[in-house]
Design a protein around this ligand. Structure first.
Ligand SMILES: [Zn+2]
Length: 134
């Protein structure tokens, strides 16, 4: 019950919002699902500027999502994509709104210098997932 990177105490609560869960990438059932809140640093590149922020995961065991497609539960959410280059330099930001997610992702990876992308909640700013080139 401590943040794996910072050691801060984890906060447990019944979900008051949809999330999503950072591990399985499914949304929470508000008022039903128990969830854990802790600080997470999403950059694995040691040269990147740290950007710690809050993430939620299910309190009960769930499976890590590692699929090649956007989970359907995330499609209705306000999403943003950020493309990062070498040393974690932010190169491009795009909101996923009118365009399909795949078209926006393609436009981010169109830049040859983008090495990976982060998916964020466009309203809360929370980190959701990292996307790597195939
Ligand atoms: Zn989960």
């Amino acid at each position: 019950m401590k943040s794996p990177q910072y050691g801060h105490p984890v906060h447990a609560e019944v979900a008051t919002g949809y999330g999503p869960c950072r591990l399985c990438l499914q949304t929470f059932r508000t008022g039903t699902d128990e969830r854990l809140l802790f600080t997470y640093q999403p950059f694995t590149d040691p040269a990147a500027l740290p950007a710690p922020g809050p993430v939620f995961i299910h309190r009960a065991r769930c499976e890590r999502y590692d699929g090649p497609e956007l989970p359907p539960a995330l499609r209705p959410l306000p999403l943003a994509l950020e493309g990062y280059g070498a040393d974690g330099v932010l190169l491009v930001q795009r909101r996923v709104s009118a365009s399909p997610f795949e078209a926006v992702l393609e436009s981010v990876f169109e830049r040859a210098d983008v090495q990976y992308a982060h998916l964020r909640n466009a309203e809360a700013g929370c980190f959701i997932a990292r996307l790597d080139r195939r």
